[in-house]
Design a protein around this ligand. Sequence first.
Ligand code: UDP
Ligand code: MG
Length: 350
Amino acid sequence: MRNPDYKVALIVPVYNEHETVETFVKTVNEKLAAEIEHIEIVFIDDGSSDNTVELIEKLQKNDKKISLIRLSRNFGKEAAMSAALDLVQSDAIVPIDVDLQDPPELVLEFIRIWRDEGIDTVYGVREDRSSDTNTKRVSSEGFYYVFNKMSGKVKIPSNVGDFRLIDRKIIDILKTLKERNRFMKALYAWPGFSSKGVGYTRPERVAGETKWNYWKLWNFALDGIFAFSSLPLKVWSYIGGFIGLLSLIYMTWNIFKTMIFGNPTAGYTTLICVILFLGAVQLISIGILGEYVGRLSQEVKGRPVYVAQSITGPLAKKIPQGISSTEVGIAYNSNENSVKKLTSKEEVKA
Ligand code: UDP
Ligand code: MG
């Protein structure tokens, strides 16, 4: 059974969210923290250029359960969440969007299932997606289908985002995964253990605008597929084999035709079609190689996934002072000394 003094941390990546942070904290306090006292809020500022940080610092003064991890620039949502997984120490964490598209009151149900039924991952399933456009719904359905067909043993349930409760045991396993290309949806599923879905209706954003466009989503989908499947790499031997077989049949047929009817030098159309078609096939296959080689080079370089420039709030007391560097990132706990230490280390390297 779970520790009776358990803490559940909401991890909230924020990037230019001055319009939503205050409403978020107010709603969490009214609908969640008023019901149970085990809640912490950890914001991860992903290099916002508006006054998001000032607003959070203001909220921190009156609310002792709010911590803030500030990344040193915009690293992206996946990196921001990796930072939180790495640094937050609570018994369970819940990645949640600040725009209230993930209803905070549902966390009560997550906690109940985790605490009373002993389930290790409780995830939210978007049952009604009428707030999303048709194109977004269809493309996301398509993505889940293709991903699950290609990914082998790691399956992600469809209509499930990052909104879920994850037990400490799984977080500790996730912390040992060293990869730089962090497609969190599938990484969450990778350790296994028991899981259960809870349905909900996804409302519209309370304020502000989505940070995703179709080009970003497309690249996000590619990240997922190339990180979890090597099928695109292997399929070319089959395509090559198939085309080879067709050419063999065509060649045999041409030899016989020439032997019987002679050669009137026709066939320009066939020739140009074959050349262009094979050219395209070769370019695509080189492109796919490029996708993997590009990602390999990122992994080999092994650069940290995130750099946290400061940590404030209750979390700061639980993390060692100064610089700490883990498998995936670098964080330093904001005090004068740690900043000095980092500068001197940088100077030595230079
Ligand atoms: N976000 C982030 N870094 C980014 C982009 C987004 O931390 O580079 C955060 C954003 O502040 C929000 C969450 O990720 O809390 C989800 O973003 P958004 O609502 O734009 O995505 P959607 O709900 O449309 O998928
Ligand atoms: Mg959103």
